[in-house]
Ligand binder design. Structure first.
Ligand code: 13P
Length: 255
């Protein structure tokens, strides 16, 4: 089967509401029927979700919206947290989980992420699960084993029955925001192995359906190289997603 590519922008902690609305408008204006072959996703900060949703909805845009994090409980005394119920209501169809910045800066564990994946799935929100190794692990030549372990721990007991139940993003930590991308060969090696792992965890049929993205300093100059890799089905873009003139040429490489 052919998987529909997905290009996602992780805006991280950038864009005020006015700036986010402006960027959503610019993207929505450019995404016409010529983009039917690719899914496009933006993941703004929580405070921008409402205005970005209204902007995209008003334009009947094909661009989907996601969040960058979630807590796994539905409601209650969890000061500062946001639940999957809230994300669903505000119009999120995806949510990033397990980003290395959340793991590294906010001490998220595989176990936390496992709960988040389940909570999202049970509310019909597609988890965009990030995995990736540090430079030290890559230099020790343990990257493939590390990523397999991370993937299994985050997915343990979480069923995937259809393509929309999961997206995986391979984001080597040493490539994020550094300008040093993985080579297409390195990225393909890992993404190919993620697909094999998914075949073992679920089934070969499910592994063929789940989209696997590469993320880490992707830009308009290198995106085509990743798009040509058989197991890379799109990109998770940080810095270059903050400017429509930089994001759209990346989308163009995958459509
Ligand atoms: P950059 O594209 O800025 O390297 O960020 C990648 C990323 O972390 C997306 O989630």
């Amino acid at each position: 089967m052919t998987r529909k590519p997905l290009v996602a922008g992780n805006w991280k902690m950038n864009k005020t509401t006015a700036e986010a609305t402006d960027l959503a408008q610019q993207l929505s204006y450019r995404v016409d029927q010529a983009y039917e072959g690719v899914d496009i996703l933006v993941c703004p900060p929580f405070t921008d979700l409402r205005s970005v949703y209204v902007t995209l909805d008003f334009d009947k845009s094909r661009i989907a919206m996601g969040a960058q994090n979630v807590y796994f409980e539905e409601s209650g005394a969890y000061t500062g947290e946001i639940s999957p119920v809230m994300l669903k209501e505000i119009g999120c169809s995806y949510c990033i989980v397990g980003h290395s910045e959340r793991r590294g800066l906010f001490n998220e564990t595989n176990d936390d992420i496992n709960h988040k994946v389940r909570a999202l799935q049970s509310h019909g929100i597609t988890p965009l699960l990030c995995v990736g190794e540090s430079l030290q692990i890559r230099q020790q030549r343990n990257a493939l084993e590390f990523i397999s372990d991370e993937l299994r721990a985050c997915l343990l007991g979480n069923p995937v029955a259809a393509a929309d139940d999961l997206v995986v993003a391979y984001e080597p930590i040493w490539a994020i925001g550094t300008g040093h991308t993985a080579t297409p060969e390195q990225a393909q090696d890992v993404c190919g192995q993620i697909r094999e792992d998914l075949a073992n965890i679920y089934s070969p049929e499910i592994a063929e359906q789940v989209r696997i993205l590469y993320g880490g300093s992707m830009n308009e100059g290198n995106a085509a190289l990743f798009a040509a890799c058989p197991d890379i089905d799109g990109g998770l873009i940080g810095g270059a997603s903050l400017d429509a003139n930089k994001f759209m040429p990346i989308v163009d490489c995958f459509r």
